[in-house]
Design a protein around this ligand. Structure first.
Ligand code: NAP
Length: 241
């Protein structure tokens, strides 16, 4: 379904991003994986993708760094020829109640999640507009839709991604470029390690955490859905309905 396309996937070394990379590679997409510091994990995922018969390569880049992202996009274009799919999945959290949240924790979380998403879109958009083809998938969170006590920084960043997604969708639609967001609930990854037995999970209507592969299936669907744009799709076992 994605044969011959190139997907640039941030956060591709672990968790949801790694699952998206494998799922897109299984559909024939070449994949450029971006990681922050975990080179070994990124190379492992790239190897798993390459074993599916596509071209796969990993790139170290802090998505919060505007100039570094510019260089990253240029390098991926040079290596792969073009980019058709952008998945903004890199993210971090640094939880704490608002009364004790440090300025640094707010800035760091907004920089990685929201500014990082802006940086990638900003530098990939010229390629998409010129080619009149492109699909942007941003990973938000149900925290950005309904808030979450102890995650004011993270929820603000993820809510920002929703506004960013809809604005970019409106701007790029005339050239056939789509921009959508995925809002996961509790997905079993390093980020949610230790939450399995928490009351939060007991409150999920479907009674369990989601898997990274389930989110990846949704990303693959969006990558092939040319008539959906500006949409935010929850994948959360019903927790935010
Ligand atoms: P994860 O397992 O902790 O993986 C995070 C990924 O982001 C890693 O690949 C990491 O690279 C990369 N990353 C972090 N900061 C970066 C930066 N500044 N520059 C480049 N890469 C960076 O997280 P996950 O659970 O898969 O989450 C993936 C996305 O889904 C995040 O945006 C998260 O907010 C969102 N999300 C997750 C859940 C959940 O329940 N898990 C729910 C809602 C939304 P390294 O490996 O090099 O550190």
């Amino acid at each position: 379904m994605l044969k011959g396309k190139t997907a640039l996937i941030t956060g591709g070394s672990r968790g949801i991003g790694a699952a998206i990379a494998r799922a897109m590679a299984a559909q024939g997409a070449n994949v450029a994986l971006v990681y922050a510091g975990n080179q070994q994990a990124a190379e492992e995922v790239a190897g798993q993708c390459a074993a599916l018969g596509v071209t796969a390569k990993s790139y170290q880049c802090d998505v919060a760094d505007f100039a570094a992202v510019k260089a990253l996009v240029a390098a991926v274009k040079e290596d792969f020829g073009s980019i058709q799919i952008l998945v903004n999945c890199a993210g971090i959290n640094a939880d704490g109640l608002i009364l004790s949240m440090k300025e640094e924790a707010f800035d760091r979380v907004v920089a990685a999640n929201l500014k990082g998403t802006f940086n990638l879109i900003r530098h990939c958009s010229p390629l998409f507009l010129r080619a009149r083809e492109g699909c942007i998938i941003n990973v938000s969170s149900v925290a950005g839709l309904m808030g979450n006590a102890g995650q004011a920084n993270y929820a603000a960043a993820k809510a920002g991604i929703v506004g960013l997604t809809k604005s970019v969708a409106r701007e790029l639609a005339p050239r056939g470029v789509t921009c959508n967001a995925i809002a996961p609930g509790f997905i079993r990854t390093d980020m949610t390690a230790g939450l399995e037995d928490s009351p939060l999970v007991a409150n999920i209507p479907l009674g369990r955490m989601g898997t990274a592969e389930e989110v990846a299936d949704l990303a693959v669907f969006l990558a092939g859905a040319g008539y959906i744009t500006g949409e935010v799709i929850r994948i959360d076992g019903g927790i935010a309905m």
